[in-house]
Design a protein around this ligand. Structure first.
Ligand code: HEC
Ligand code: HEC
Ligand code: HEC
Ligand code: HEC
Ligand code: HEC
Ligand code: HEC
Length: 512
């Protein structure tokens, strides 16, 4: 090519295009930038494709920063040629309005061939690039790891949940362009807050503009799926010296069902999703206090329930911001589950990660977890010190004979702290209540508290057998109750179970 141009230079050196219009400082800088960006994109792309576990930063460089510089470079080049053309036009007065294109000139032919192939290449690469950028900004790496400090609690809880292999965007964005754009716009705002460090700690829940469950959860979970009654086993340990094990097995009446398949549509799911529409409003930000509920059955019959102690007038009810109940109102923690400390310790004991023969280990572990700590490191240190000291002071013999068990218990309690407490983001089990059940949080009892009454005196049921049936209950391995048993036998006498709110005492922490 340079040979051609030399030949031409001598022949038509007087003509304006003897020096290509690209030869101006702005365009040259632009071109250099574009070439460097291009080479980098190819290089990063290869790393992204070939490396087995590339860092999420590779993606942001290859598909966002790189192309931005490439486009900037090309724009600069274009800008330079415009400025240069103007300049030459002024200086020589010869510049025609539009350049002559003469395909008989070998130099012009190769320039145009070069330009055309460049445009085609660029179009192809941008197509692949934008697809990769789209894929990348939808990846779990992008959502969960790039903003690591901010999303750390959500990401950590997610990884230990039933949805650990479901991408964040499947629940938070879903399909379709409009929600993609919406989420990226809100993402830009979040990046801005993150850069300034002004994001809220913790990130508040509920997410008010979460996409409706019918467009996310229900893409995977068929709402009419028939679950029937499911057996669930709960294992707890007492706060006594023996860490008394207590097992409850119950059938949870999840139900569901499609009438077209001959299933009557019963149980927990049927009422909410299939055979009725429930609407409610909450008087607090976290939707934990629900004074008013309305249910419309499939025949259009409407019943309204008002909490007896709410003191609300009809006008206030009419004005309130109402919400149609969907999956999220019960399953608000399908994946970001911040397990209460006493449940975490129960699980560790049940799974033998903590030795249940260590006296008071259940109570001591929960106490160690729930003390006030400023930072994660401080917590880790204090947990080890507290547990060691307890056995050295109270059970010196065990401290030496079971030193290994104590060491293992300490590292397990530290692990629990690391995966369920997030002091930097101020997140723990108390900041993010779970609405399934009623032991540690109000949950189902937000409405099923026996206190929500309709005008004609109907009450939203708190009957212990309406949602589940106890099959068996054990204490220290001996049966205290078995089929057919009703009701649940509370380990200590607290009077009428129907008259209490479990979460008043069972806070998930040290009491009880
Ligand atoms: C199975 C569905 C699902 C997946 C997968 C999922 N989320 Fe969520 N996420 C939810 C729901 C449901 C909520 C809470 C909704 C509510 O209470 O309003 C939520 C809430 C959040 C919140 C607000 C704070 C909170 O804990 O309530 C953040 C931040 C968040 N998710 C980030 C992520 C990130 C990052 C990922 C991927 C690593 C992810 N989510 C994956 C369903 C999901
Ligand atoms: C991309 C598909 C997908 C989406 C979207 C999805 N899930 Fe799931 N979900 C699954 C799969 C797969 C499982 C089964 C996991 C297993 O058993 O290992 C599951 C399990 C569950 C379970 C049972 C959990 C347990 O303890 O075993 C619940 C409850 C649930 N999902 C609710 C939801 C809710 C609520 C949403 C919307 C916020 C949602 N899912 C969105 C795929 C999905
Ligand atoms: C009224 C509250 C409520 C609503 C609304 C609700 N669920 Fe459930 N769901 C439950 C309860 C309670 C269980 C029993 C499981 C448990 O106790 O953990 C359950 C069980 C499930 C399971 C099976 C979990 C397992 O343990 O195998 C899936 C999946 C599920 N729900 C998905 C959904 C989806 C999808 C929606 C929305 C269409 C929905 N649920 C609406 C309360 C509800
Ligand atoms: C927003 C209020 C609200 C919440 C929260 C709620 N429910 Fe309900 N539930 C109702 C209403 C209203 C009815 C219908 C009462 C009627 O028959 O008119 C109902 C009925 C039921 C029924 C049928 C009861 C029967 O005797 O036929 C079951 C089962 C049920 N709910 C389970 C649950 C479970 C499990 C949870 C917690 C995961 C829960 N509900 C949370 C409002 C709620
Ligand atoms: C509106 C439905 C509903 C009613 C009414 C209800 N429960 Fe439950 N209960 C549940 C659900 C759902 C779970 C399962 C929670 C889970 O999967 O973690 C549960 C779990 C339990 C557990 C096991 C908790 C654990 O983690 O060990 C006990 C015990 C229990 N219920 C006792 C009772 C008693 C006693 C009553 C009557 C005062 C009652 N329930 C009324 C829905 C209900
Ligand atoms: C007045 C306070 C109080 C109320 C209300 C209460 N409990 Fe308890 N609960 C206790 C005490 C105290 C223990 C025994 C703790 C121990 O032995 O370490 C206990 C133990 C339990 C246990 C055995 C597991 C464990 O952690 O030791 C279960 C299950 C249980 N309660 C369920 C319920 C249910 C379900 C309700 C609501 C219907 C309820 N409790 C209401 C005080 C209460």
């Amino acid at each position: 090519m340079s040979d051609d141009r030399q030949g031409e230079d001598s022949a038509v050196s007087h003509h304006w295009y003897d020096k290509t219009i690209l030869r101006n400082p702005i365009s040259l800088i632009g071109l250099a930038l574009a070439v460097v960006a291009f080479v980098n994109i190819i290089f990063l792309f290869l790393i992204d494709v070939l490396a087995s576990n590339p860092s999420p930063y590779i993606g942001i460089l290859a598909y966002m920063v790189g192309p931005a510089f490439l486009i900037l470079g090309l724009l600069l080049t274009l800008f330079g040629t415009i400025v240069e053309r103007r300049r030459r036009l002024h200086a020589v007065g010869l510049m025609p309005h539009l350049p002559h294109i003469d395909l008989n000139q070998p130099a012009q032919r190769s320039t145009i061939a070069f330009l055309l192939s460049f445009v085609v290449m660029f179009a192809l690469i941008s197509a692949v690039g934008s697809y990769k950028a789209y894929e990348f900004t939808d990846s779990v790496d992008f959502c969960g790891e790039l903003c690591h400090s901010v999303m750390h609690p959500e990401f950590a809880a997610y990884q230990a949940s039933p949805h650990a292999r479901v991408a964040c965007v499947d629940c938070h964005v879903g399909s379709g362009a409009s929600w993609y754009v919406k989420s990226k716009l809100s993402g830009i705002r979040q990046v801005y807050y993150t850069a300034r460090g002004t994001f809220p700690r913790p990130i508040p829940t509920p997410v008010h503009n979460l996409r409706p469950a019918s467009q996310t959860c229900e893409q995977c979970h068929w709402p009419k799926k028939f679950w029937g009654a499911q057996l669930k086993s709960f294992t707890h340990f007492g706060n006594d010296e023996q860490n008394t094990p207590r097992v409850i097995r119950m059938l949870i009446k999840t139900g569901g069902g499609d009438p077209n398949l001959g299933q009557s549509g019963e149980g927990i799911h049927s009422h909410m999703n299939i055979n009725a529409r429930v609407t409610y409003f909450a008087s607090d930000e976290q939707r934990q206090v629900i004074p008013w509920v309305r249910i419309e059955d499939k025949n259009g019959k409407v019943t309204e329930y008002l909490a007896k102690d709410s003191g609300l007038t009809q006008a206030q009810v009419d004005k309130a911001d109402k919400r149609r109940m969907d999956c999220i109102d019960c399953h608000n923690r399908p994946t970001h589950i911040y397990v209460p400390p006493d449940l975490s310790v129960d699980r560790a004991l049940a799974g033998h990660a903590i030795d249940a023969s260590l006296p008071f280990i259940r109570q001591q572990s929960v106490e160690a977890l729930t003390a006030d700590y400023e930072t994660g490191e401080q917590a880790q240190k204090a947990i080890a010190e507290k547990l060691l000291k307890f056995y050295q002071d109270k059970y010196p013999q065990i401290a030496s004979s079971k030193a290994d068990s104590i060491k293992a218990a300490i590292s397990e309690v530290q692990r629990i702290y690391g995966t369920t407490f997030f002091p930097t983001m101020k997140v723990n089990w108390k900041t993010h209540p779970n609405n399934i059940g009623h032991l540690y949080y109000p949950g189902c009892f937000r409405c099923h508290d026996g206190n929500h009454v309709s005008k004609d005196g109907k009450v939203i049921s708190k009957d212990c057998n309406s949602c589940h049936t106890v099959l068996e209950q054990q204490e220290s391995g001996t049966q205290v109750a078995s089929m057919p048993v009703q009701p649940f036998k509370h380990p200590v006498d607290i009077g009428d179970l129907n008259a209490v709110n479990c979460s008043d005492c069972h806070t998930g922490g040290t009491s009880p």
